[in-house]
Design a protein around this ligand. Structure first.
Ligand code: PGA
Ligand code: ZN
Length: 409
């Protein structure tokens, strides 16, 4: 039974404050969770409550969110069983009373929500993935999508596409997938250095070279895959997250010096996918461009995974619209876009029922918390993206999956 909630301001991987929550039960069990934060956030995401006190952390403090967790939320939840996740989450939702969790803050609510489930798993003395997925049921490790070149809002590389990921689908285990990823990463570093590009990394641990075009980035990656002794398209393929909402303005896509319409962007992707071994494109178009998304899905949906991130924001309401209108064929899952574990699980279930693919996801500013790794295994999400194979806030996710794989075998 929930006895105490303690929040604290910790730092995320961009050096900004974020909330970590401890839930303590009457039995003395602790559940702890930290909340990540995005840069290319979707307009319809649940609200991340910040203090807006300019003199403290440039206004990014989260002391109000902490007060809400320790005050109103605790009062509401005190005495509830940590096993009653749905009741916990629904009572926070009604206490908040807003559409986008703007009163209490989705960061406060998610911290509490996740910490409760950790306390529940700890009470039973079982791993989190097992608790979240039920004692029985099959478990599969997700295929990782390693983001090895960073652009867009995540680096000052000047590349318009935000994420260039490699997908080691030819690996026979998660451990092997990590090895494939690291091997390609070293080779890429060498190839970039050879051509005098900087090899400093962006927010998600991928390189951020100043390249002129996205195609150049893809060519470097293909070369790196080959140099590492793997076969592009067979062992390792490519996934992109253009995060197109970031370069959509005034009805046009401002892409690589050109002003393009939706159908021209679709043509661009179609051409790219015909030349290179691309298997997945996330947020190829703007979050409001539903007509463009329909066209994109018509044209490329048979051939490619088309992942909705900003357009769905892990919200079953937008996902349902997508399913109805044949928009996308997969969804990105970021628990902090929606703000509770229960709603996250509902959205995953809705997607799986409709045959949509699932990509479990970190945020560009993340912490050492590896909740999403357990969640990916528990829900059989099939895929996870948690950045590159460098920077410990990324590796905390992948390393946790290595441990889970070991436990399951
Ligand atoms: P974000 O980026 O966390 O900055 O929103 C991740 C993504 O767009 O998938
Ligand atoms: Zn995205």
């Amino acid at each position: 039974l929930i006895k105490q909630i303690k929040g604290r301001e910790i730092l995320d991987s961009r050096g900004n404050p974020t909330i970590e929550v401890d839930v303590i039960t009457i039995e003395g069990v602790l559940g702890r969770a930290a909340v990540p934060s995005g840069a290319s956030t979707g307009e319809n995401e649940a609200l991340e409550l910040r203090d807006k006190e300019p003199k403290r952390y440039l206004g990014k403090g989260v002391t109000k969110a902490i007060q809400n967790a320790e005050g109103e939320i605790l009062t509401q939840l005190q005495g509830l069983s940590v096993f009653n996740q749905k009741q916990i989450d629904h009572s926070m939702i009604s206490l908040d009373g807003t559409e986008n969790k703007s009163r209490l803050g989705a960061n406060a609510m998610l911290g509490v929500s996740l910490a409760c489930s950790r306390a529940a798993a700890a009470t039973l003395n079982i791993p989190l993935y097992q608790y979240l997925g039920g004692i029985q049921g099959s478990r599969s490790l997700p295929t990782p999508l390693f983001n090895i070149i960073n652009g867009g809002a995540h680096a000052d590389s000047g590349i318009d596409i935000q994420e260039f990921m490699i997908v080691p689908h030819g690996a026979h285990s998660f451990r092997e997938a990590v090895r494939f990823g690291a091997e390609v990463y070293y080779q890429l570093k060498g190839l970039l250095a050879e051509k005098d590009f900087v090899t400093a990394v962006g927010d998600e641990g991928g390189f951020a070279p100043r390249l002129d075009t996205s195609e150049e980035a893809i060519q470097f990656i293909i070369q790196a895959i080959e140099a590492a002794g793997h076969r592009p398209g067979i062992d390792i393929s490519i996934a992109l997250d253009p995060a197109a909402s970031e370069f959509f303005d005034g009805g046009y896509y401002h892409f690589e010096g050109k002003k393009l319409q939706s159908k021209e962007m679709v043509e661009y992707y179609k051409n790219l996918a015909s030349i290179y071994p691309i298997v997945s494109i996330e947020d190829g178009l703007d979050e409001q461009d539903w007509d463009g998304w329909s066209l994109l899905t018509q044209q490329l949906g048979e051939q490619l995974q088309l992942v909705g991130d900003d357009i769905f924001v892990t919200n079953s309401r937008f996902l349902k619209k997508g399913i109805q209108e044949h928009v996308a064929n997969a969804i990105l899952i970021k628990p902090n876009q929606i703000g509770t574990l229960t709603e996250t699980l509902d959205t995953i279930q809705e997607a799986q029922k409709a045959g949509y693919g699932i990509v479990m996801s970190h945020r560009s500013a993340d912490t050492e918390d590896s909740f999403i790794s357990d969640l990916a295994v528990a829900t059989n999400s099939g895929q996870i993206k948690a950045g590159s194979v460098a920077r410990s806030e990324r590796l905390s996710k992948y390393n946790q999956l290595i441990r889970i794989e070991e436990q399951l075998s």
